[in-house]
Design a protein around this ligand. Sequence first.
Ligand code: ADE
Ligand code: ZN
Length: 335
Amino acid sequence: MTVPVPVPVPKAELHLHIEGTLEPEAALALAARNGVDLPFASAEEIRAAYSFTDLGSFLDLYYALMAVLRTERDFTELADAYLARAAAQGVRHAEIFVDPQAHLTRGVALDTVLDGLGAALAAAPERHGITTQLIICFLRDRPGAEALEVFEAARPWFGTLVTGVGLDSTEVGCPAAPFAEVFGRARDAGLRRVAHAGEEGPPPYVWEVLDVLGAERVDHGIRSLEDPELVARLARDRVPLTVCPLSNVRLRTVPDLAAHPLPRMLDAGLLVTVNSDDPSYFGGYVEDNFAAVRAELGLDDETLRLLAANSFHAAFLPEDERAAHLRAVAAHRFG
Ligand code: ADE
Ligand code: ZN
């Protein structure tokens, strides 16, 4: 008798750094192909370095391993590998982050990055049954003027490939205000705006991205619960929060999954979604995050259905596509 394998609930992934999908085996293969010296001899050695104490300790390795990504083909293969995994985990729509400055500063041109990713994303509906958007993120630990340069250089891809801007990298000690100008230009260009905040930083960091940048979604935002007025604002305006439970555990922003604020965020009426952030580094892709919160937080089928529905409510999708996805979520039968 064959045992049926449960089909993952259809979902949108809204918080996914494409560079954070670089698996150790792929990093080693690319290092060999591109003649890049890595301080690691095996995938086991790379995985042994996945022992993070905070966001900064992760970012050090994340930026270091990107050294293996050099050609358009590398970026195409990276994105295609992610999309294949995402499809197997029930992802039907992905709004993908890329960090152009992390590549430009090491001599990889913008067209290499964007055309490389663009080839994989263009093929995704046919190859993987996934629609995509690309969000270029600015590094908040680098100058606002540099973000403006990158933004202007990326204009040829606006609307066709690039549909939004984001803000990521080191949070604490790096205010969002220097990025107000670039977020304003993004709004004027018709792009969507998202920003990391409230991952390690306290509530004022979340207020800042809402009020100074006009962010339409907050990436992480888990520390918002510390400020009841902020919770009221996020609930009133239905501002989506893209929460990444396994990431929060690995980066020690929560002591363990059982202590994760996700259930309290839902109880507070927040529009919460579950995502994977940097799945290669944090022990799982998006359905693994769903499975983890089911197992460790005791979330039932209907709460998982709500989280999946939230992902489509929070996505930057045309209304007819959103409605079709929501019908599929409503019809889903958990195994
Ligand atoms: N860049 C990649 N992953 C990130 C995270 N979790 N927080 C901030 N910047 C990031
Ligand atoms: Zn992130």
